[in-house]
Design a protein around this ligand. Structure first.
Ligand code: NAI
Length: 301
């Protein structure tokens, strides 16, 4: 089959001055996309600001024969998000792809977590995805085309010590992704998320030298596929790192039904309620409701 090309498609990649975002930007540009390389150029905790990081990646793309423009706006405000989308429209006339990738860390145990650690993390990861995606949404609806890739994390999906702020933001992105998939379906807008693992400045202390195979370049292929016209899925989450890619999903067990459910029923049937055999993976809220209705109706018939 032919390689996945992006000729003429316009992609915004936030936080693309380094790490995963840089790798995504280089790959999409190499495949013919016109890329907005957005990066605030701050430190890992979100402090500071510099234009160097985004500009360097733009220079790399241009040196390789690709097309890109730099954007130094922050994703963490509505004005910043609007300016990022405006940069794409001014330079290239449209927006087809948004990769919400910008991120910061302010880890500490929940006991010690302060608003200064919670709010900036929610602003960059979760609100940032709203602020960048929303100004492009109506354009995507009007053109009947859009691809959105959000960057979630195992820290939120599965849990990780010291990351209540980050985990909440990252699982919030799963909810955003699922609802965008539902709302975008009729206009050929697909939204998916990744939960990546890669050695970047964000994780280098965690992984150390032993994990050199966890390169950003082994995460990017999933982003590239999900950003492509041929992407056949929406509302899904993929765990990716070191060359392994796997689907993460939210499932529901067959459960237990009692017309007059009591707390004692819950206690006495907990194993059955939790048993994973025969689980379902609802595509949206309505499909989950249907499962509940089925339980009532099969017991009353
Ligand atoms: P990184 O620190 O190299 O990249 C994040 C980039 O976002 C930085 O270049 C930073 O300047 C930029 N950024 C931060 N705040 C911004 C703002 N307000 N506006 C615009 N840009 C901003 O780290 P990495 O690892 O490449 O992270 C990329 C994404 O992947 C993040 O969302 C991170 O949470 C996520 N992630 C990474 C994992 C890993 O193993 N590296 C694991 C799970 C998730």
């Amino acid at each position: 089959m032919a390689d996945l090309g992006f000729d003429g498609k316009v992609a915004i990649i936030t936080g693309a001055g380094g790490g995963l975002g840089r790798s995504h930007a280089l790959d999409l540009a190499r495949r013919g996309a016109l890329v907005v390389v957005n990066d605030l150029g701050g430190a890992s905790d979100g402090t500071g600001h510099s234009e160097t990081a985004a500009q360097k990646v733009v220079d790399e793309i241009k040196a390789a024969g690709g097309e890109a423009v730099a954007s130094y706006d922050s994703v963490a405000t509505p004005e910043g998000g609007a300016a990022i989308v405006e940069t794409a429209v001014d330079a290239f006339g449209r927006v087809d792809i948004i990769v919400n990738n910008a991120g910061i860390l302010r880890d500490t145990s929940f006991k010690n977590m302060t608003p200064e650690q919670v709010n900036p993390v929610l602003d960059v990861h979760l609100r940032g995805a709203f602020y960048v995606t929303q100004p492009a949404w109506q354009r995507m609806r009007d053109q009947g085309y859009g691809r959105i890739v959000n960057t979630s994390s195992a820290a939120g999906i599965f849990g990780n010590f010291g990351q209540t702020n980050y985990g909440a933001a990252k699982m919030g992105l799963v909810g955003l992704t699922r609802v965008l998939a539902v709302e975008g379906a009729k206009n050929n807008i697909k939204a998916n998320a990744i939960a990546p693992v890669a050695k970047t400045r964000m994780t280098e202390e965690l992984f150390g030298a032993a994990m050199d195979q966890l390169t950003p370049e082994l995460v990017t292929p999933v982003v590239t596929y999900l950003a492509h016209e041929d992407c056949s899925v929406s509302g899904e989450v993929y765990s990716v790192g070191g060359g392994r890619v796997a689907r993460v999903f939210v499932g529901v067990t067959p459960g237990h039904y009692a017309p007059e459910l009591s707390a004692e029923d819950v206690r006495d049937n907990l194993d059955k309620i939790r048993a994973e055999d025969g689980y379902a993976v609802p595509g949206d809220l309505n499909e989950e409701m249907m499962l509940a209705f089925k339980a009532f109706s099969s017991s009353s018939s």
